[in-house]
Write a protein that binds this ligand. Sequence first.
Ligand SMILES: NC(=O)c1ccc[n+]([C@@H]2O[C@H](COP(=O)([O-])OP(=O)(O)OC[C@H]3O[C@@H](n4cnc5c(N)ncnc54)[C@H](OP(=O)(O)O)[C@@H]3O)[C@@H](O)[C@H]2O)c1
Length: 275
Amino acid sequence: MPQAPLLTLNNGNTIPAVGFGTYPMKDQEVETAVKAALLTGYRLIDTAASYENEPGVGNALQASEIKRKDIFLSTKLRGAEQGYDKARHALDASLQRLNVEYVDLYLIHWPLPAQDLYVESWKAMIAAQKEGKIRSIGVSNFQEAHLERLIQETGVTPAVNQIELHVDFPQTSMLAVNKRLGILTQGWTPLGKGLMDNPTLVRLSEKHNRSPGQIMLRWATQLPAIPLPKSGNPDRMRANLEIFDFTLDADDLAAIAKLDSNNRLGGNPDTYEEF
Ligand SMILES: NC(=O)c1ccc[n+]([C@@H]2O[C@H](COP(=O)([O-])OP(=O)(O)OC[C@H]3O[C@@H](n4cnc5c(N)ncnc54)[C@H](OP(=O)(O)O)[C@@H]3O)[C@@H](O)[C@H]2O)c1
């Protein structure tokens, strides 16, 4: 069974080097997919309150023979629930929907600077972590200024920043910021869009006898970042985890670096509104 190696977060906790994305699956679909992902070897499951699939994820965990302590479960605080009191309640509601006593990672989903509530939300997460409801706390889609402010106002550095990351949007400067601050980067939409026929990726896939998807995920792990591929297909699910028995060399990485076209697919965190 393929397994991702473990990385160590800035608080000493460990996290698998690849995770399973669950958006936009819901209900029975997500339950079936997470069950299959756990059987395939995934140990990091990424969900969010806003995906409205936490009960299905929780059902899959309950049904699994894998011990809770061996699964790294991550969920996120949605925009409408930012603020100290709301964030405290939102976490409890996520724990209830997931049917677990703690999550391994809780992320502020988006900074929403226009709301200006992320520092208060962060303080609520620090308190909940002390109570044992969360093992590690982090953020998603945070820019440098948002990170600096959290750290300056609370003294607590996020363990993780989950950002959009694919070969044509490699976020080189955000990766450097995360690294400088000791924050581990997770990458969402790690397969990008419309990249499977890209000539560079096809060439590298032939060179390494891997699929273009595997080349992109291996690239992410070598940055290093934790990619979170989503697949409802058991064969692709497995392939997305079977990426640790080959290595992209300097020439491969230089060729992939040329694919950077600053092709952001999702929202710009400085202006994006999420509720
Ligand atoms: N923090 C955030 O703001 C944020 C935003 C977006 C997403 N996310 C997280 O990141 C996860 C991944 O992002 P994503 O779902 O947008 O994109 P993705 O994982 O890069 O791509 C998923 C798509 O690629 C297909 N696919 C999967 N493996 C493949 C392979 N090996 N070859 C070819 N196609 C493949 C999937 O179809 P099949 O299912 O048919 O295989 C699906 O259509 C989400 O599920 C979510 O957990 C977070």
